[in-house]
Write a protein that binds this ligand. Structure first.
Ligand code: TXA
Ligand code: MG
Length: 339
């Protein structure tokens, strides 16, 4: 079912109705959010949530995010009152691409938390997502709607590629906005400052400005975080083609491309538009204007998926400065390059 524009209110209502009905019947529905497409199931039903892991081929100890449509749905999921930091973050960034980690109540099935005593919660801003959750009347567990190890889907067509026949319905709402998964922030420890477990569309700078405290971490501490965000330890966001990151000028990248081709490899280059006429490769992927990281992040996964359909052996990708949205972009590129 498709709702590419919301001019047709009846088509929109039909989609919401259909998705909610499937969710209430404990089946799976893929639906758009403002970050990436999610693969949804009734988040309070162990039976329904188990189907997500089967459909995705996802390790069962990698916990899921519960998506809520209103603040009234938050309280019952939590073991204790939220901290002042959490309150501020909710006020500023919900609904939106921010996931918060809280101490979980007994109502949250352990299949959702992967056996942890915390739960991840997000209130999406996408209108279709919100309405579907509201209509279903329960929190919706939803990981990204890709097969495990593939880049997250930013268009319904990506979901179809990965999950056709494995879900009851795919709701097509066109391209998602941000194109990268939500920022995950741990606010479960009341004594400590919030910690970013996964960078995303809500930036570290934006969070610091909102809270008035520094939350940046040392490199060594960041390594320890791999344990805290269980998803980090799995292969992620990775095309089948080899991905290599290239720091430096166009000349540096051209040298790498030439070297690969000398070894008989077919090489693609993913570069910003200002470099497009400076690089020669078997295929060129223009990521967008280098000063517009929003556009670059929204198309990044599309490019990573496209490269597997090109007849190339290696993809060279230029790097970005790790500030603002650049941090989330580089986080995903590192994962694509180091499966
Ligand atoms: O934008 C998004 O967040 C998308 C859309 C569909 O909402 N969802 C998404 O879900 O990216 P998923 O399952 O692909 O990623 C969830 C991340 C994983 O890295 C997981 O390990 C982490 O959140 N996570 C979930 N529960 C957690 C918990 N209790 N403690 C720490 N990390 C947790
Ligand atoms: Mg995912």
């Amino acid at each position: 079912m498709s709702v590419d524009n919301y001019v047709d209110e009846k088509a929109f209502r039909d989609c919401v109705e259909k998705a909610a009905k499937i969710l209430r019947a404990e089946e799976l529905v893929a639906f758009p959010t403002e970050t990436v497409y999610g693969l949804g199931a009734n988040g309070l039903s162990t039976r329904a949530v188990q189907k997500i892991f089967t459909a995705k081929g996802r390790p069962s100890d990698n916990p899921l995010i519960l998506h809520i449509g209103s603040l009234a749905q938050l309280g019952p999921l939590l073991r204790e009152p939220i901290s002042v930091y959490a309150e501020k973050l909710i006020e500023h960034f919900w609904p939106g691409p921010l996931t918060l980690i809280f101490p979980a109540s007994d109502r949250v099935p352990s299949v959702v938390t992967g056996g942890l005593d915390t739960v991840a919660v997000r209130m999406p801003a996408h209108r279709l997502a919100r309405e579907i959750i509201a209509k279903a009347g329960v929190p919706i567990a939803a990981p990204s709607a890709n097969r495990s190890g593939k880049p997250s889907p930013t268009r319904a067509e990506h979901v179809r590629e990965d999950l056709d026949g494995r879900v009851a319905a795919i709701i097509d709402g066109g391209s998602t906005g941000y194109g990268l998964e939500s920022t995950v922030v741990d606010v479960s420890n009341r004594e400590a400052s919030p910690r970013i477990l996964r960078p995303g569309g809500i930036t570290e700078e934006g969070i610091e400005e909102t809270l008035g405290v520094s939350i940046s971490m040392e490199g060594s501490e960041r390594k320890k975080d791999n344990v805290r965000a269980p998803g980090m330890k799995y292969r992620h966001y990775s095309p089948d083609t080899d991905v290599e990151l290239v720091e430096g000028s166009s000349a540096v990248m051209q040298a790498r491309i030439d070297e690969a081709r000398m070894h008989g490899k077919r090489a693609a280059a993913a570069i910003t538009s200002d470099r497009a006429d400076k690089i020669s490769a078997d295929r060129i992927l223009v990521l967008g204007d280098g000063t517009d990281l929003q556009t670059i992040s929204s198309h990044l996964y599309d490019h990573l998926r496209a490269v597997d359909k090109m007849d190339v052996d290696v993809l060279f990708v230029q790097t970005f400065t790790e500030t603002g949205l650049g941090k989330a972009i580089m986080n995903r590129l590192y994962k694509a390059a180091n499966p």
